[in-house]
Design a protein around this ligand. Structure first.
Ligand SMILES: NC(=O)c1ccc[n+]([C@@H]2O[C@H](COP(=O)([O-])OP(=O)(O)OC[C@H]3O[C@@H](n4cnc5c(N)ncnc54)[C@H](OP(=O)(O)O)[C@@H]3O)[C@@H](O)[C@H]2O)c1
Length: 249
C-alpha cells in the first residue's frame, strides 16, 4: 500500500519539478506534507493549491540555521516526520574541472550533499524514537557515472548516494530506511532553457526515446517513501527510460 495514512513527510525542493510533483502525489495518498524551498511566494501558492494537508516552510537548505528552523517549524505544525524526501538540488555550472570556481564547488556540495546530512541529523532522531521512518535522497545519473564539465555536481551526487547507503546501514536496526532515487532525463523547469535540437538529442539517447515526466518519477518516490517499501533500504532506483544500464550499438 502506498497509503500514507496521515503520516508526515517533508519534501525539500518542493516549489517545482520533481519535488512539487511528489508533494502533490504524497498529499493525494493521505500524507501530511511539509514543503521546503527558497521561493516563499511560489512555495506558499503551491501548498495552498494542494490544500490543508500541505504547508510551506521557506528556507535555503544550504543555510544550516535556516534549514533547521524550517524543519522544526514543520515538525511543530504536522508532528514528527515519518518521511524525508531530500530532493533540493543545484545543477552548478558547466565549466572545465581545472577552471571550476572553488566557491561554486563549495556551494553545490553544500546544497546537494551537506544539507541532506543536516536534514537527516535533524529528523532521524524522531524516526528512531518512533521506530519507523523513511528517507529518500535525490541522486542523478551523475551519482553513478563520471561526467565532464561539472565536477561539483558529479561529486555531490556521488556523495549523496554514498550518504544514503551509510545512513541505511546504520539506521536499519532502528526501523529507519534510506534509499536514493536516480532521475534520468526528467522534464522539469530545470530543462526549460534547453534548445529544441538539444532536447531531441537527449530523447535519442533514451531507449524509450523520450524524457520522463515529474509524475513518473514521483510515482516511484512515493513507493520508496511509503510503508509499502518496508523491506527496501540502501537501494538506488533509476527512473530513466533505460539509459543507465544499457548500451546501444
Ligand atoms: N530533472 C532531471 O532530469 C534531473 C536529473 C538528475 C537529477 N535531478 C535532481 O532532481 C532534483 C530536483 O530537480 P528538478 O529537476 O525538479 O529541478 P527544479 O524544477 O529546478 O527544482 C529544483 C528545486 O530545488 C529547490 N532548490 C534549489 N536550491 C535550493 C536551496 N538552496 N534551498 C532550497 N531549495 C532549493 C528549488 O526551489 P527554489 O528555487 O524555490 O529554492 C526547486 O524547488 C535535484 O536534486 C536535481 O539535481 C533532476
Amino acid at each position: 500500500m502506498t497509503d500514507f495514512a496521515g503520516r508526515h513527510v517533508i519534501v525539500t525542493g518542493a516549489s517545482s519539478g520533481i519535488g512539487l510533483a511528489t508533494a502533490r502525489m504524497l498529499a493525494a495518498r493521505g500524507a501530511r506534507v511539509s514543503m521546503l524551498a527558497r521561493r516563499k511566494e511560489a512555495l506558499a501558492d503551491q501548498a495552498r493549491a494542494i490544500g490543508d494537508h500541505a504547508a510551506a516552510f521557506a528556507a535555503d537548505v544550504g543555510d544550516k540555521a535556516a534549514l533547521e528552523a524550517a524543519l522544526a517549524e514543520a515538525v511543530g505544525h504536522f508532528g514528527p516526520a515519518y518521511g524525508l524526501f531530500a530532493n533540493a538540488g543545484l545543477a552548478g555550472n558547466f565549466a572545465p574541472a581545472l577552471a571550476y570556481s572553488p566557491e561554486l564547488f563549495d556551494e553545490v556540495i553544500r546544497v546537494n550533499l551537506t544539507s541532506v546530512f543536516w536534514a537527516i541529523q535533524a529528523l532521524a532522531p524522531g524516526m528512531v524514537e518512533a521506530g519507523e521512518g523513511s528517507i529518500l535522497v535525490t541522486g542523478s545519473m551523475a551519482s553513478k557515472r563520471g561526467m565532464a564539465m561539472n565536477p561539483a555536481y558529479v561529486a555531490s551526487k556521488h556523495g549523496v548516494l554514498g550518504l544514503s547507503r551509510a545512513i541505511a546501514v546504520e539506521l536499519a536496526p532502528q526501523g529507519v530506511r534510506c534509499n536514493c532515487i536516480v532521475p534520468g532525463f526528467i522534464e522539469t523547469p530545470a530543462f526549460d532553457l534547453i534548445p529544441p535540437e538539444q532536447a531531441a538529442r537527449i530523447n535519442q539517447r533514451v531507449p524509450q526515446r523520450r524524457m520522463g515526466s515529474a509524475d513518473e518519477l514521483a510515482e516511484v518516490a512515493c513507493f520508496l517513501l511509503s510503508p509499502a517499501a518496508s523491506h527496501v533500504t540502501a537501494q538506488n532506483w533509476a527512473v530513466d527510460g533505460g539509459v543507465l544500464d544499457t548500451l546501444e550499438v
